[in-house]
Design a binder for this molecule. Structure first.
Ligand SMILES: [Fe+2]
Ligand SMILES: [Fe+2]
Length: 246
């Protein structure tokens, strides 16, 4: 049989392992059957605890039989043990991207957590108190990481994993008051500049599943609660196909 020219990518976010009641055996077996790779877009654990990561790593080892890539979410940083969480997930074969890129099966992947700061002309600017300037700098640093990661890819298809939203459209549904904490338009620029094929994010649990950047890059909010609300009859992961270089 000819090798497929398409890669089936399954993505989900906000697993929050440690408080989640999702059936991981059923989930990972379905991903293995329906996709060539799994992307975990942050808030993999609920409190960023090594024990949560260990328990998830065991389930992945048992039931997931396709490669997995991930980015950290804010919850994964909460216990200041993200390096250990990264290492434990790595032991189960999950490659956690933090401003890194990787090519798998003729498709390029770039990932970073991203950060908050708001959208469009209401984006927070680095002006005033030191705390505000540091907050905005944290968003700019994530943008630079994503740009560096994308600049290293020369594949036809380039796929981005984020935790925070790069556009406003996919956080709609959340209370307006918290939009600035759900993502940053600063993250949209690299998606447009590098003509990314598709970007996935989570974090906005009550957001909107699908949107696009100003130049038409498809953006999917794959937060599990969003997927459950959008596709109530499916298991909470989203599969899309991209061209792979052969
Ligand atoms: Fe979350
Ligand atoms: Fe989050």
């Amino acid at each position: 049989m000819e090798p497929s020219t398409k890669m089936r990518i399954a993505a989900l976010a906000d697993l929050h392992h440690g408080r989640s009641d999702v059936n991981l055996k059923e989930l990972f077996q379905a991903v293995t059957a329906q996709a060539d790779i799994l992307l975990l877009c942050g808030d993999i654990t609920d409190h960023g605890l090594p024990d949560e990561a260990k328990s998830l790593a065991e389930e992945i080892n048992r039931h997931l039989h396709v490669p997995a890539l991930a980015v950290m979410g804010n919850h994964d940083y909460h216990s200041d043990q993200s390096e250990l969480v990264d290492e434990i997930l790595g032991s189960a074969g999950v490659n956690v991207l933090n401003g890194d890129s990787v090519e798998i099966g003729g498709v390029g992947f770039a990932g970073a957590c991203g950060f908050a700061g708001g959208f469009d002309r209401w984006t927070l600017h680095p002006w005033g108190e030191r705390a505000i300037r540091a907050f905005v700098q944290a968003a700019i640093d994530e943008v630079l990481k994503l740009e560096m990661a994308l600049s290293r890819l020369d594949t036809t298809s380039r796929v981005v994993l984020l935790h925070y939203a790069p556009i406003r459209e996919t956080v709609v549904g959340e209370p307006l008051e918290i939009f600035p904490f759900l993502g940053s338009s600063r993250l949209e620029d690299p998606l447009n500049h590098f003509k990314v094929s598709v970007a996935f994010h989570g974090h906005a649990h009550k957001g909107t599943h699908a949107g696009q950047t100003s130049t038409g890059v498809p953006v999917f909010n794959v937060s599990m609660p969003v997927l459950r609300a959008t596709f109530p009859k499916r298991l909470p992961f989203h599969v899309i196909e991209v061209e792979r270089d052969t």
